[in-house]
Design a protein around this ligand. Structure first.
Ligand code: APR
Ligand code: PHB
Length: 392
């Protein structure tokens, strides 16, 4: 089998890249280790920044997002028992976010791909990057018991943090910058109408909490916990009580309770592999970088990478212009490090750090007060949260 771009991974990065390449007239094949049901039901974060919303619309895959997504004009920061709202449009020239689950984006992209009859192999086993230096590239994999050899011009490693593409990248290990945090998030999805309209990021003596949502019927909530937290020690009642303490306000507001449909622990890590391309192999999304979820940047960064990769590949195939491909890592890394800083900053400002000296705790409190009381401070949060505009 032959194609122009072989894409490993059908997460948001791989699927959107495939769609953008198709729109640019570039043939591509997507292979995915898991089943369609698995990737469509995998619950992840759900905040789309303005750039992501605009790009999905431009690419013709934004209809359901526009119908079912929840447009938000701000978030709230809760500390010392008081909520403070950060208004996005007034601080960012009219930009906002849309709350729409990542797996919904994945469903929309899969539906678009199948409607166009473009190749997408689920349950592709034993994927192997066979060649990516020299004149051409190749991926081998097994599908329905048959070995398939995919010959291509380029390979896009969109296979997430645990994929094979970064491992195949020469020099990747020496290009890694990483921080692992001493805490995680215990996340739940509850069948409960969100009892307020916007997200609440809470700093509390017991630890961080986040109030979010997925739809007018579903609330998404998180609690700071330990990285090896044992979920069996968290019966529903204990979760709701902790959420009430951390998110409740003096006026009696509490998150509305409901049946807990899903519980899970999300580890917190900052990770960048600065070597994002070599020969004919390009990494995009979680394959190259991870952010802690506090800034809601994970999927948005993946989208920014593949936007740039699709445009660079189009310039190459249409005009033989290699400039975009040659500077791929360098260009992506500017936005990646901005998001790494923002996610680290939000994480540092809002979480409880064990054994932190009193000095550092006071600094944390002072920073939060500054962010909510100064227009300059609020704007730093707002413009990073809605996403800085693309510069090209
Ligand atoms: N062969 C084929 N597919 C693979 C392989 C492999 N060897 N290894 C991994 N994959 C698939 C995974 O099963 C997964 O579906 O690659 C896909 C990678 O998707 P994601 O993990 O969703 O990564 P990405 O598309 O970069 O999206 C980034 O995901 O983790 C969140 O918060 C993160 O929002 C961000 C987004
Ligand atoms: C979510 O709704 O899952 C969510 C929202 C904001 C975050 C992280 C996760 O910062």
């Amino acid at each position: 089998m032959r194609t122009q771009v072989g894409i490993i991974g059908a997460g948001p990065a791989g699927l959107l890249l495939g769609h953008l390449l198709h729109l640019a007239g570039i043939d591509n094949v997507v292979i995915e280790a898991r089943s369609r049901q698995y990737v469509e039901e995998r619950i992840r974060a759900g905040v789309l920044e303005q750039n992501t919303v605009d790009l999905l619309r431009e690419a013709g895959v934004g209809q359901r997002m526009d119908k079912e997504g929840l447009a938000h004009d701000g978030v709230e920061l809760l500390f010392d028992g008081t909520r403070h709202r950060i208004d996005f449009p007034s601080l960012t020239g009219g930009r906002r976010i849309v709350v729409y689950g990542q797996h919904e984006v994945v469903k929309d992209l899969i539906a678009a791909r199948l409607a166009l009859d473009l190749p997408l192999y689920f349950e592709a086993a034993d994927a192997l990057i066979e060649r990516f230096e020299g004149d051409s590239a190749a991926i081998g994999f097994v599908h329905e018991g048959k070995k398939i050899q995919l010959e291509c011009d380029f390979i896009a490693g969109c296979d997430g943090f645990h994929g094979i593409a970064r491992q195949a990248m020469p020099g990747a290990l020496d290009a890694v910058f990483e921080r692992i945090y001493p805490f995680a998030w215990l996340g739940i999805l509850a069948h409960a109408a969100p009892s307020t309209d916007e997200l609440i990021y809470a700093r509390h003596a017991e630890g961080f909490a986040l109030f979010s949502m997925r739809s007018p019927q579903i609330t998404r909530l998180y609690l700071q916990c330990t990285p090896d937290e044992d979920l069996s020690l968290w019966p529903d009642e204990r979760i709701w009580e902790a959420l009430d303490r951390r998110l409740g306000t003096a006026d009696g507001w509490r998150p509305t309770r409901g049946e807990i449909m899903q519980k899970g622990v999300t580890p917190m890590r900052s990770f960048v592999c600065e070597k994002m391309h070599h020969g004919r192999l390009y990494l995009a999304g979680d394959a190259a970088h991870i952010v802690p979820p506090t800034g809601a940047k994970g999927m948005n960064l993946a989208v920014a990478d593949v936007r740039h990769l699709a445009r660079s590949l189009a310039r190459y195939f249409d005009h033989g212009d290699e400039a975009g491909l040659e500077s791929y890592s360098q260009t992506c890394l500017k936005r990646i490090w901005r998001a790494e800083h923002f996610s680290w900053w939000m994480t540092s400002m809002l979480h409880r750090f064990e054994d932190v000296e009193p000095f550092a705790a006071r600094i944390q409190e002072s920073e939060l007060r500054y962010v909510v009381s100064s227009e300059a401070g609020s704007r730093v949060l707002a413009e990073n949260y809605v996403g800085l505009p693309f510069s090209d």
